[in-house]
Structure formats: C-alpha cells, structure tokens
Design a protein around this ligand. Structure first.
Ligand SMILES: Cc1cc2nc3c(=O)[nH]c(=O)nc-3n(C[C@H](O)[C@H](O)[C@H](O)COP(=O)(O)O)c2cc1C
Length: 214
C-alpha cells in the first residue's frame, strides 16, 4: 500500500498544474489580512499559480478584518492545503516551487521558522524554501517589537529569509486602504522577481507622484 509506486502516483496527482512559477502563500493570524487578499488577487490576475496554506488564526483574523471567510474569498485557481497536512507538496523539497510568502506573519510563526521548528505545514514549507535556497518573503506585523522579535528577525534574515515588514510608505499618496495595501504587495512582488505596476518606482516628477512638488 505504501510502496514507491503508490507514493509517486499520489505525488503526481496532488501536484496537478504545478509550474515552476507556482508560489506558496501562507496566511497567519497577524493583523493585515488585506495584504493577503490583494496579493492573492494580483497573482490570479497575472496567472501565477498559488498553493495556499492558512493557519487557524490566519482564517480567524482574515474573517474579522475582511468580513468574509478566507475560503469563500479565494480566486478560483488557488489550491488550499490544511496546515496539519505534512504530506502536501509544500512539505517536500522535491517539488519545485518558485518560493514562498508568509503574509501577514505572526511573531509566533516567525519564531518557529527562525528556529527551524517545523511544527505545522507553514513552518515546514518555509524551512524547505530556506534549505532549497528559494526566496522566502516574510511580512511580519507587530508593534512595538521586543528583543525576542528582533533577534528572530535577524536569525531568519541570516538564514536567507527576506524580512519585509508590513510598513507601508505614504509618499505615493494613497487614497484608500487598498492603495496602502498595494504598496506592500508591490514590494513583495519585487522581491520575488514578478513584474508589477501596482506602485510605480519612485520618481519626483509631479505627474507620476502628484502632490510631491507642492
Ligand atoms: C484580531 C487579532 C489580531 C492579531 N494580530 C497579531 C499581530 O499583528 N501580530 C502577531 O504576532 N499576532 C497577532 N495575533 C495573535 C496571533 O493570531 C496568535 O499568536 C496565533 O497563535 C498565531 O498563530 P499562527 O502563527 O499559527 O497564525 C492576533 C490575534 C487576533 C485575534
């Protein structure tokens, strides 16, 4: 029953549609569900396949902040995995993902990844990205930060993770919450090497960034 033939069959079947661009997106229980919503929508519009892993707290905070259960708000092509399912493709380095984003990322998940705990599928998938030298973008949200948070961020950065704090800029004159969110999504896409035109590169010309010159 557990022979190699069956294992391969199962892997191939579960990987259906996986391309070299497939991105793992994890949503954990920090404030900032809007960033995840906007990122998932943008990736879908751009045809980037996504394997999604929400944590339990991630689903709770998403519903609290966005007002819709995460599972009911997903673009149709997103494949969702249970955070306890260690047999899912993101758990194995043999499956060739483009990389992974944890957005938003709690201090708890950050600590687990920085210290190699692999207690759930999110931790394990992040650990795999680091060992396979694939980009791992972590979008932490907490304030203020204590010494443990800061030490874990440094530890993770030294292991190859990209720490991209949920710290939106305001020089592009956002007019809505979505504009604020798009700033962070644009920075995430830049780090992953995906083209984006959500926020233009900084340019002091008034027609590009209105209000800057006044
Ligand atoms: C409304 C709400 C907002 C939260 N915001 C944060 C946050 O910004 N940062 C954080 O580290 N934890 C936050 N938490 C706490 C985490 O959800 C909690 O520590 C949880 O155990 C994290 O689990 P996870 O990392 O598996 O998602 C928040 C919880 C709730 C209910």
């Amino acid at each position: 029953m557990y022979g190699p033939g069956n294992f391969l069959e199962k892997t191939v079947e579960r990987e259906g549609g996986l391309s070299s661009k497939t991105l793992i997106v994890a949503v954990t229980g920090a404030s900032g569900a809007l960033y995840a919503k906007l990122l998932l929508r943008h990736l879908w519009e751009q045809g980037v396949p996504v394997h999604l892993i929400p944590s339990g707290a991630g689903k709770l905070v998403y519903q609290l902040e966005v007002g819709t259960p995460l599972e009911e708000d997903l673009p149709p092509t997103v494949r969702c995995f249970d955070n306890k399912d260690f047999s899912a493709p993101p758990a194995s380095g043999s499956v060739s993902y483009h990389g992974m984003v944890i957005v938003p990322c709690t201090m708890g998940t950050l600590a687990a990844v920085a210290n190699g705990l692999s207690l759930n599928l999110i931790h394990r998938a992040a650990d795999v990205c680091l060992k396979e030298r694939r980009p791992l973008v972590v979008v932490p949200r907490e304030t203020p930060l204590n010494r443990v948070h800061l030490a874990n961020m440094l530890r993770l950065a030294e292991a190859g993770g990209i720490i991209l704090p949920a710290m939106p800029g305001f020089y592009h004159h956002p007019r809505s919450l979505e504009d604020v969110g798009r700033f962070i999504v644009a920075r995430i896409l830049d780090q992953l090497g995906f083209p984006q035109d959500l926020v233009p590169p900084w340019n002091p010309e008034p027609e590009i960034f209105p209000g800057i010159a006044s």
